[in-house]
Design a binder for this molecule. Structure first.
Ligand SMILES: [Cu+2]
Length: 178
């Protein structure tokens, strides 16, 4: 197992809306024994089931191949279980977190990985488990295949612990205020 910790100050760009085509504000590379990883944290994305996408033909957002979107339902904000109201769902504290996985030997995108991701607030030590969906961007297509979800990530220092087919990697991310 290799650990990789990288500090990045990013996410300075304001949240302009879901499905922004802009490059993700956070892009970190990682490694495990068998896999090359990329962690992207960007603006909240709308995540469509294949049936929803076929019906509404969205121009942006992501197609969920497996799993479910957290944090929003049917294009509207919804409160995830266990969260109070108030500022919890301010869009600026919600981000789209995604992990891309490539096989180091073949270079191929790994589409059937078993992935788990935990996000740890380094100030409080509190951890949250990211519900994993497999998905790809509508614009980019299946080459963009990745694992993750929309997550609440307020400004602060975070560690993202990922396990891919039993192989662990960690990333350290700073989300600046604003
Ligand atoms: Cu995604």
């Amino acid at each position: 197992m290799q650990r990789r910790e990288i500090l990045v100050a990013a996410l300075a760009a304001p949240l302009l809306g879901m499905g922004s085509a802009a490059a993700p504000p956070v892009k970190l590379l990682g490694n495990t024994a068998r896999y090359r990883l990329e962690l992207d944290i960007g603006p909240l994305e709308h995540m469509y089931s294949p049936a929803e996408a076929a019906r509404s033909k969205p121009m942006q957002g992501e197609i969920m191949v497996a799993g479910r979107m957290s944090g929003m339902t049917a294009g509207k904000m919804a409160m995830p279980a266990g969260m109070g109201n108030g500022t919890a769902m301010r869009p600026s504290v919600w981000h789209h977190l995604e992990l891309h996985v490539w096989d180091k030997i073949s270079g191929a995108v790994v589409k059937d990985a078993h992935v788990s991701i935990r996000v740890i607030d380094l100030a409080s030590g509190r951890a949250q488990t990211v519900p994993i969906a497999a998905m790809y961007g509508i614009h980019s297509g299946p080459a963009d295949w990745h694992y993750g979800n929309n997550v609440r990530l307020p400004p602060g220092h975070w560690r993202v612990d990922a396990v891919v087919n039993g192989e662990a990697a960690s990333f350290t991310v700073t989300i600046p205020p604003g």
